[in-house]
Design a protein around this ligand. Structure first.
Ligand SMILES: Nc1nc2c(c(=O)[nH]1)N[C@H]1C(S)=C(S)[C@@H](COP(=O)(O)OP(=O)(O)OC[C@H]3O[C@@H](n4cnc5c(=O)[nH]c(N)nc54)[C@H](O)[C@@H]3O)O[C@H]1N2
Ligand SMILES: Nc1nc2c(c(=O)[nH]1)N[C@H]1C(S)=C(S)[C@@H](COP(=O)(O)OP(=O)(O)OC[C@H]3O[C@@H](n4cnc5c(=O)[nH]c(N)nc54)[C@H](O)[C@@H]3O)O[C@H]1N2
Ligand SMILES: [Mo]
Length: 767
């Protein structure tokens, strides 16, 4: 395998050709073309790809290449039935790749694990619900069950789920958000009082500069490239901080622009592109603030100002402590940790200062480090100094992952619910929900490992593959008395059943959801707090599949009876669920009526209106020192060999744990996912050559050896000392206890590792 530089721009013909290939693969071409045309249209379904918002202007694409993959993989005509398990035991399936599991098509009948046969067999829905209810009701304490949610679940499904779990008596809501943007929520809440982004999509039309940190939109939020492209065409500056030179952030060709497509032209997106060390963003931003502070102090001498002093005075607290912290941070620390020079940081500060309106966006490159909350608050501090929060064309924008992960939280999927939420549930449903904090994803695994939690239920997702410390997580799952997975496709989690296990096949976004003969819509919330309806268009061969709300209602009815609501009546018409949401969740009053507005409705953002929902009722500057180092001295002391910092990231051909193929097109990589990217000089220093096989071992400091073997090392444009490899293959390297301060988010982007020549050829790969 080699690295070929991708010469095209992101988007362009490459993405159209690829979209066509994926349409073909799903064996459903006609239907899928229909699907694409209805994705994110007013009467179609919300793209299950990502949480970027919808452009209102009709000249803009409503779907992207990777949205197309997500749609087509879901809308495949292949069906997995119980016959499949006549050929395979669960143990046999463990030796198959994730790609193989996914490729078996949609789950179409409820399945029950039979431990003696090591197989799943068909079961009726009624028996599946009964078995679940029996296990749940047999627990000594409701907190002995874990209720996971992955961010594709609709608002309606999530609302019912949390109501069921709270009435059952627990706040154990491990959530994919715990592995994702938790730090954004925690950091923003502390600083500006709202744990969500403050901008709308329209703000991007007014920004003078957009700073993009730790994010690969070309692959993960392709519709964002269109927004950035429009901003550049207006003359806005894009400044990127990314450890890798991501093609999508360098150049973009709009597949819908005749000039771009016929003439082969493209737009240069980032006017400045910096490649900091992994975990170096906080230091880089601290450096920018240090420069801007010095300029502010000089300006003040002549009665001028660089910071927005009146905004700061009116709206904030904590400025002095923060500026003292900035002054205490040395340039030596800043340069060493960021890996950027003072000149580079000065250039970034220049663009920032010259822009009247600035948006700062970020994703996993910021949120999956130990000091992620501190990095998020540093970004928010910067924006506060210049009064950017709430300004038209300015603000903070954590770009969410799953298409409804933000909405699920809004609906109450939260292991640490607010008083206000619990009070309104009590008022609306006349029972007292549990007040004690529940388990997040890491705590859920720990509780299952200890044997304390005995039931694991998942509303979507692929917990056993997405979570760190793969072996440990799988052991935890296997120890359960019952595991229940509500899913569209077979995945690795299903291969680690508890003593009893169910797989319950559900409808996806693209499918028509008929209840009482009427097609139902569901709703989702995007990264910009816009809530809109989504309605499936595919009249599939749905066999025994049921909708997520119907499955939750079935389980709830079997477990709790008609309490606190008549579950089965509710799902006859989802308007009724929405009426309950209107009664319970702030911002959703009159929901059914407001959904009729084209494009849905805006939930609003208090911080953007300068209402600060913090303890002091002001925006609060935070004042954290930089982390001492990214790899601790104790970790370094564990080896005499060179230590690298590894990030685990997504290829262009995957959706989280779903692997579509083996081409990481924009990075010029294809054929194999078991690779590790290193700077060419680091490869030489290790006595290796690009293309050699290596073993990778994590440095954590407990007794467990965390190792992956036989990866191909490849020379790449990456800063010295940094490494990159794909997730989920490298999840065995992340210790369960290696999580962020204040978040419990696994540190998937800063894993201390050592690399050595491979010891022996590996037997066949499992994942
Ligand atoms: N097609 C597709 N779309 C998706 C997904 C998918 O898997 N496939 N997943 C969805 C989900 S759940 C999420 S959360 C998002 C994820 O969206 P991203 O956050 O874009 O996903 P990652 O692949 O983890 O990419 C991290 C990016 O940050 C950079 N980076 C890593 N560490 C650092 C750092 O310390 N500093 C800086 N400056 N840069 C760094 C990496 O080089 C990479 O470009 O995408 C969503 N959309
Ligand atoms: N090392 C490392 N680990 C990571 C990350 C990383 O960057 N590095 N990223 C983390 C992040 S950001 C996230 S969000 C998590 C993702 O963690 P998850 O959300 O748990 O994982 P997914 O791969 O998105 O889940 C895919 C499965 O969801 C099911 N599914 C798909 N659509 C639907 C649907 O409509 N309904 C239902 N019920 N099921 C459906 C299918 O069975 C499919 O196999 O992984 C995290 N883990
Ligand atoms: Mo995510």
């Amino acid at each position: 395998m080699t690295v070929k530089k991708y010469k095209g721009a992101a988007g362009g013909w490459g993405s159209l050709v690829s979209t066509g290939k994926h349409l073909f693969h799903s064996e459903n071409v006609a239907k899928n073309v229909l699907n694409l045309l209805k994705t994110n249209q007013d009467h179609g379904f919300d793209c299950p790809g990502c949480a970027w918002g919808e452009e209102k202007k009709s000249d803009r694409f409503k779907f992207c290449e990777n949205g197309a993959k997500a749609v087509n993989w879901e809308a495949t005509s292949r069906r997995l039935t119980a016959d499949f398990f006549e050929q395979y035991t669960v143990s046999m399936l463990r030796t198959q790749s994730d790609y193989f599991l996914e490729d078996q098509g949609r789950l179409s009948v409820p399945l029950l694990y039979q431990a003696d046969l090591d197989k799943y067999v068909e079961v009726t829905w009624e028996d599946a619900f009964k078995l679940t209810a029996t296990h749940l009701n047999a627990l000594e304490d409701p907190n002995q069950a874990e209720f996971y949610t992955s961010g594709r679940a609709s608002n309606e499904a999530a609302f019912l789920y949390q109501l069921f779990v709270r009435k059952f008596g627990s706040n154990n809501f491990p959530d994919c958000s715990n592995m994702c943007h938790e730090a954004s929520g925690v950091g923003l809440k502390k600083t500006i009082g709202v744990g969500k982004g403050t901008v709308t999509l329209e703000d991007f039309d007014h920004a003078d500069a957009i700073f993009v940190f730790g994010q690969n939109p070309g692959t993960n939020h392709p519709r964002m490239l269109h927004t950035l492209n429009h901003a550049v065409n207006r003359g806005a500056n894009i400044v990127t901080f990314n450890t890798l030179k991501e093609r999508g952030l360098e150049r973009f060709a709009n597949p819908q622009s005749p000039a771009n497509m016929v003439l082969g032209t493209s737009t240069k997106l980032s006017s400045l592109y910096f490649t900091p060390n992994l975990g170096g963003d906080m230091a880089a931003v601290r450096g920018m603030v240090k420069i801007l502070l010095a300029r502010h102090e000089i300006a003040q001498e002549s009665g001028q100002q660089v910071f927005d002093v009146s905004f700061i005075e009116e709206n904030t607290t904590g400025l002095e402590d923060y500026l003292a912290q900035v002054k205490a941070t040395t340039w030596e620390q800043i340069i060493d940790q960021s890996g950027l020079s003072k000149e580079q940081i000065t250039k970034a500060a220049d663009v920032y200062q010259q822009a009247e309106r600035v948006i700062v966006t970020w994703a996993m490159g910021v949120t999956q480090h130990r000091h992620s909350v501190a990095t998020v608050t540093e970004l928010a501090n910067l924006q506060l100094l210049f009064g950017q929060i709430g300004k038209k064309g300015g603000g903070v924008c954590p770009v969410r992952g799953h298409s409804n992960v933000q909405g699920d939280r809004t609906m109450g999927i939260d292991e640490k619910p607010t008083e206000a939420l619990l009070n309104s549930i009590e008022k609306a449903f006349n029972f007292t929900p549990p007040k004690t904090r529940g388990h997040n994803a890491v705590q859920a695994v720990e509780a299952m490992l200890r044997g304390e939690s005995k039931v694991f239920m998942a509303l979507g997702g692929n917990f056993a593959a997405a979570m760190p410390d793969t072996e440990v997580t799988r052991q935890a799952m296997s120890r359960c008395e019952l595991t229940v997975n509500i899913a569209t496709k077979l995945n690795r989690t299903h291969l680690y059943p508890g003593k009893n296990a169910l797989i319950l096949p559900c409808l996806g976004r693209t499918d028509i959801d008929l209840q009482q003969g009427n097609a139902q819509k569901i709703t989702v919330e995007d990264s910009f707090s816009m809530v809109h309806a989504s309605q499936g268009v595919v009249k599939s061969d749905i066999r025994e599949m049921r909708s997520e709300p119907a499955i939750i209602a079935g389980i709830a009815q079997a477990t709790l009876g008609d309490s606190p609501v008549k579950w089965l009546d509710l799902i006859k018409d989802y308007d009724q669920i929405r009426d309950l949401i209107s009664q319970t969740i702030p911002g959703f009053s009159n929901m059914n009526e407001r959904l009729k507005e084209p494009g849905g409705f805006y939930l609003g953002n208090a911080a953007a209106e300068h209402q600060w929902n913090t303890e002091t009722k002001k925006a609060q500057f935070q004042h954290k020192p930089l982390p001492e180092s990214i790899v601790s001295a104790t970790q370094r002391a564990l080896t005499k060999n060179p230590v690298f910092v590894l990030q685990t990231l997504r290829s262009h051909d995957q959706y989280n744990t779903t692997i579509y193929g083996f081409s990481d097109r924009y990075r010029g990589l294809s054929g194999d996912r078991h690779i590790i990217l290193l700077n060419e000089s680091d490869i030489t220093a290790l006595g290796l050559t690009s293309g050699d096989k290596v073993d990778i071992e994590a440095l954590w400091g407990d007794q467990i050896v965390r190792k992956v073997t036989n990866f191909t090392v490849l020379g790449y444009d990456i800063p010295v000392g940094n490494a990159a490899a794909y997730y989920p293959e490298t999840n065995p390297l992340v210790a369960l206890a290696n999580y962020g301060d204040e978040t419990f988010t696994p540190n998937a982007k800063s894993i201390a590792i050592v690399i050595s020549a491979a010891k022996k050829p590996e037997p066949e790969r499992i994942v």
